[in-house]
Design a protein around this ligand. Structure first.
Ligand SMILES: [Zn+2]
Length: 138
Protein backbone atom coordinates (compact mmCIF):
# COMPACT_ATOMS: atom_id res chain seq x y z
CA UNK A 1 0.00 0.00 0.00
CA UNK A 2 1.19 3.50 -0.82
CA UNK A 3 -0.03 6.70 0.76
CA UNK A 4 0.51 10.39 0.11
CA UNK A 5 -0.59 13.11 2.50
CA UNK A 6 -0.60 16.77 1.57
CA UNK A 7 -1.98 20.06 2.74
CA UNK A 8 -1.39 23.71 1.97
CA UNK A 9 -2.96 26.06 4.46
CA UNK A 10 -3.67 29.77 4.33
CA UNK A 11 -1.08 30.14 7.06
CA UNK A 12 1.72 28.32 5.13
CA UNK A 13 0.92 30.39 2.08
CA UNK A 14 0.95 33.64 4.04
CA UNK A 15 4.72 33.26 4.60
CA UNK A 16 5.43 33.50 0.86
CA UNK A 17 5.68 36.75 -1.10
CA UNK A 18 2.38 37.74 -2.76
CA UNK A 19 3.84 37.88 -6.28
CA UNK A 20 5.26 34.39 -5.89
CA UNK A 21 1.92 33.01 -4.67
CA UNK A 22 0.22 34.45 -7.72
CA UNK A 23 2.86 33.29 -10.21
CA UNK A 24 2.77 29.79 -8.73
CA UNK A 25 -1.03 29.67 -8.77
CA UNK A 26 -0.90 28.58 -5.14
CA UNK A 27 -4.24 28.21 -3.36
CA UNK A 28 -4.99 26.64 0.03
CA UNK A 29 -6.46 23.15 0.23
CA UNK A 30 -7.47 20.92 3.13
CA UNK A 31 -5.52 17.90 4.29
CA UNK A 32 -5.65 15.32 1.54
CA UNK A 33 -4.93 11.62 2.04
CA UNK A 34 -4.68 9.47 -1.08
CA UNK A 35 -4.07 5.74 -0.87
CA UNK A 36 -2.49 4.03 -3.88
CA UNK A 37 -2.51 7.23 -5.94
CA UNK A 38 -2.40 7.06 -9.74
CA UNK A 39 -1.38 10.34 -11.35
CA UNK A 40 -2.19 11.38 -14.88
CA UNK A 41 -1.35 14.64 -16.61
CA UNK A 42 -4.38 16.45 -18.04
CA UNK A 43 -2.59 18.85 -20.36
CA UNK A 44 0.87 19.53 -21.71
CA UNK A 45 1.07 22.85 -19.88
CA UNK A 46 4.16 23.01 -17.67
CA UNK A 47 5.82 25.51 -15.38
CA UNK A 48 9.27 26.00 -13.90
CA UNK A 49 9.64 26.93 -10.26
CA UNK A 50 12.02 26.35 -7.39
CA UNK A 51 11.12 23.32 -5.35
CA UNK A 52 12.36 21.93 -2.06
CA UNK A 53 11.95 18.72 -0.09
CA UNK A 54 12.38 17.70 3.52
CA UNK A 55 14.37 14.69 2.26
CA UNK A 56 16.94 17.14 0.85
CA UNK A 57 16.58 19.79 3.53
CA UNK A 58 18.15 23.21 3.06
CA UNK A 59 18.32 23.17 -0.74
CA UNK A 60 16.20 24.27 -3.68
CA UNK A 61 16.28 23.74 -7.44
CA UNK A 62 14.11 24.53 -10.40
CA UNK A 63 11.93 21.64 -11.56
CA UNK A 64 9.63 21.62 -14.57
CA UNK A 65 6.22 20.16 -13.65
CA UNK A 66 2.87 19.68 -15.33
CA UNK A 67 0.30 22.33 -14.45
CA UNK A 68 -2.79 20.13 -14.74
CA UNK A 69 -3.01 16.66 -13.26
CA UNK A 70 -5.58 14.20 -12.02
CA UNK A 71 -4.94 11.78 -9.19
CA UNK A 72 -7.18 8.81 -8.49
CA UNK A 73 -7.03 6.56 -5.45
CA UNK A 74 -8.79 5.92 -2.17
CA UNK A 75 -9.29 8.36 0.66
CA UNK A 76 -8.53 7.64 4.32
CA UNK A 77 -11.91 5.92 4.68
CA UNK A 78 -11.29 3.61 1.74
CA UNK A 79 -13.65 5.47 -0.56
CA UNK A 80 -12.66 6.18 -4.18
CA UNK A 81 -11.36 9.69 -4.64
CA UNK A 82 -10.40 11.74 -7.68
CA UNK A 83 -8.52 14.98 -7.34
CA UNK A 84 -8.31 17.43 -10.23
CA UNK A 85 -5.50 19.80 -9.50
CA UNK A 86 -3.75 22.66 -11.21
CA UNK A 87 -0.96 25.06 -10.40
CA UNK A 88 0.96 24.56 -7.19
CA UNK A 89 -1.26 21.74 -5.93
CA UNK A 90 -0.52 19.83 -9.13
CA UNK A 91 3.20 20.31 -8.41
CA UNK A 92 2.85 18.98 -4.88
CA UNK A 93 0.97 15.93 -6.13
CA UNK A 94 3.67 15.16 -8.70
CA UNK A 95 6.37 15.65 -6.08
CA UNK A 96 4.67 13.30 -3.61
CA UNK A 97 3.80 10.62 -6.17
CA UNK A 98 7.44 10.69 -7.31
CA UNK A 99 8.50 9.88 -3.75
CA UNK A 100 6.55 6.61 -3.92
CA UNK A 101 8.79 5.54 -6.80
CA UNK A 102 11.93 6.64 -5.00
CA UNK A 103 12.29 9.71 -7.17
CA UNK A 104 13.32 13.00 -5.58
CA UNK A 105 13.18 16.44 -7.15
CA UNK A 106 16.97 16.36 -7.48
CA UNK A 107 16.48 13.56 -10.04
CA UNK A 108 14.38 15.95 -12.17
CA UNK A 109 15.88 19.34 -11.41
CA UNK A 110 17.72 21.64 -13.73
CA UNK A 111 21.16 20.95 -12.20
CA UNK A 112 22.51 24.45 -12.72
CA UNK A 113 19.75 25.91 -10.54
CA UNK A 114 20.58 23.77 -7.48
CA UNK A 115 21.39 25.98 -4.48
CA UNK A 116 21.10 26.41 -0.74
CA UNK A 117 18.03 28.13 0.68
CA UNK A 118 20.26 31.08 1.67
CA UNK A 119 21.12 31.60 -1.99
CA UNK A 120 17.57 31.20 -3.26
CA UNK A 121 17.32 34.76 -4.56
CA UNK A 122 20.56 34.76 -6.55
CA UNK A 123 20.05 35.16 -10.30
CA UNK A 124 19.74 32.05 -12.44
CA UNK A 125 22.81 30.94 -14.36
CA UNK A 126 23.16 32.04 -17.97
CA UNK A 127 21.19 29.73 -20.25
CA UNK A 128 18.57 28.74 -17.66
CA UNK A 129 14.98 29.26 -18.81
CA UNK A 130 12.91 31.82 -16.95
CA UNK A 131 10.66 30.77 -14.08
CA UNK A 132 6.94 30.48 -14.71
CA UNK A 133 4.61 28.75 -17.11
CA UNK A 134 5.83 27.51 -20.45
CA UNK A 135 4.55 25.47 -23.36
CA UNK A 136 6.16 22.23 -24.34
CA UNK A 137 7.29 22.25 -27.92
CA UNK A 138 7.42 18.66 -29.07
ZN1 LIG B 1 9.66 15.62 -0.91
Amino acid sequence: MEIIVLEDTKEFISYAPKEEIKAQDRRPFDLLVIVNPVLKKKSNRTALFFEGCLSVDGYRAVVERYLDVEVKGLDQYGQPIKVDASGWQARILQHECDHLEGTLYVDKMMPRTFRTVENLDLPLAVGCPKLGARKISS
